[in-house]
Design a protein around this ligand. Structure first.
Ligand SMILES: Cc1cc2nc3c(=O)[nH]c(=O)nc-3n(C[C@H](O)[C@H](O)[C@H](O)COP(=O)(O)OP(=O)(O)OC[C@H]3O[C@@H](n4cnc5c(N)ncnc54)[C@H](O)[C@@H]3O)c2cc1C
Length: 319
């Protein structure tokens, strides 16, 4: 998303290389309804995770990070990290070890203010991107989103609350998309857990958590990496100041908007009638969707959020 790209740039990460695909905005589709809007500024970028990973590794190496591939962290203690059977001394310990973070557990930071899970399954398809938009298709209790990841490939992700629901079982709900994708499968289906998780605290003593280890928003927002990059900048500043309470405050502030957007979007997840009415309301007043998207990528202030919320509510009631 554009705000994620801005945050990546502030870490010196240039993601504009290779075959990464620009997209200009988001399109929602639900049944016969469709609405789309462009980002107020900038664009989104789709790429394979493996490519993103390489760019991040190169940037870390350039910044002087010493990488220990294949090393497994087995525990932490005061001022030290147990790795590869030995102990490494550490002034600070940053747990960036994902949603199932062991560092979080070891530091006693598992306490949650909220914690709910959904399940994501993805597959790539040999198909030139057909749209300038990232498409989000709404079904009953599940969503499919389609992101261009190269000039010859799209990535399709299914997200739902049902761990047994797979792409092949969900696709018949989305007839047009199913027809497009037929016979174009390029990679096997892979699954992951998408957690909506807010921790009570993201640091204790000299240990701080970052990225999914520190909490996360539903994958439907497309904001996971943006949060990670923004948190990295905030953590670096807090470490420089020697004060992790600053990181805690900034982490909370950074997460508020994506959490709100995830809640708003998931409210439509299993409410078919509300979803249809909302789509009709947005179709009849596309400016509302434009402003929603601007809010999603952090381009509007809290007063405008309230104004847009009231206008959308009214439109849903009267459409
Ligand atoms: C289905 C799905 C789709 C998504 N789509 C998007 C999207 O389109 N855009 C977006 O921005 N975000 C998306 N996200 C969210 C995004 O993937 C995450 O927010 C992001 O990967 C978090 O990065 P991370 O580095 O915190 O954790 P991870 O990517 O999970 O990385 C953690 C790393 O820590 C390592 N590790 C763990 N334990 C140890 C140990 N003991 N010793 C050594 N290493 C260890 C792991 O091997 C791993 O490499 C999606 C998520 C899901 C589930």
């Amino acid at each position: 998303m554009p705000d994620g790209l801005t945050a990546a740039r502030s870490l010196g990460l240039d993601l504009e290389t290779g075959d990464a695909q620009h997209f200009r905005g988001i399109r929602f589709r639900a049944g016969d309804h469709a609405v789309e809007a462009s980002f107020p500024q900038g664009y989104g970028l789709g790429m394979r995770r493996t490519e993103l990973h390489q760019l991040m590794v190169d940037r870390a190496a350039e910044a002087g990070v010493r990488m220990m591939w294949g090393a497994r962290v087995a525990g932490i203690g005061p001022g030290r990290v147990m790795v590869n059977g030995g102990a490494a001394r550490a002034r600070w310990i940053v747990g960036a070890d994902g949603g199932h973070s062991a560092v979080r557990r070891w530091a006693g930071l598992d306490g949650c203010e909220r914690n709910s899970l959904r399940y994501g399954f993805r597959r790539h398809y040999h198909l030139a991107p057909w749209s300038e938009y990232m498409e989000l298709h709404w079904g009953d209790g599940c969503q499919l989103y389609v992101t261009p990841v190269s000039s010859r490939e799209v990535c399709v992700v299914l997200i739902s609350g049902n761990p047994r629901l797979r792409l092949d079982a969900a696709l018949p709900q989305f007839g047009e998309l199913q027809r497009r994708l037929a016979g174009r499968q390029a990679t096997p289906e892979r699954g992951g857990i998408s957690a909506s998780r807010r921790l009570q605290s993201v640091y204790r003593g000299d240990v701080a958590l970052l990225g999914d280890a520190s909490g996360s928003v539903d994958a439907i927002t497309g904001e996971g990496l943006c949060l990670l990059f923004q948190q990295s900048v905030a953590l670096a500043e807090a470490l420089e100041a020697g004060d992790l309470s600053r990181y805690q405050a900034e982490h909370r502030r950074i997460g508020k908007r994506p959490e709100l957007m995830a809640d708003l979007m998931l409210f439509m997840d299993s409410r078919t009638r509300l979803r249809t009415r909302t789509m009709r309301a947005l179709e009849s007043k596309p400016a509302l969707f434009r402003r929603m998207l601007a809010l999603h990528v952090g381009e509007v202030n809290p007063r405008q959020i309230l104004k847009n919320g009231v206008a959308l509510g009214w439109q849903i009631l009267t459409v």
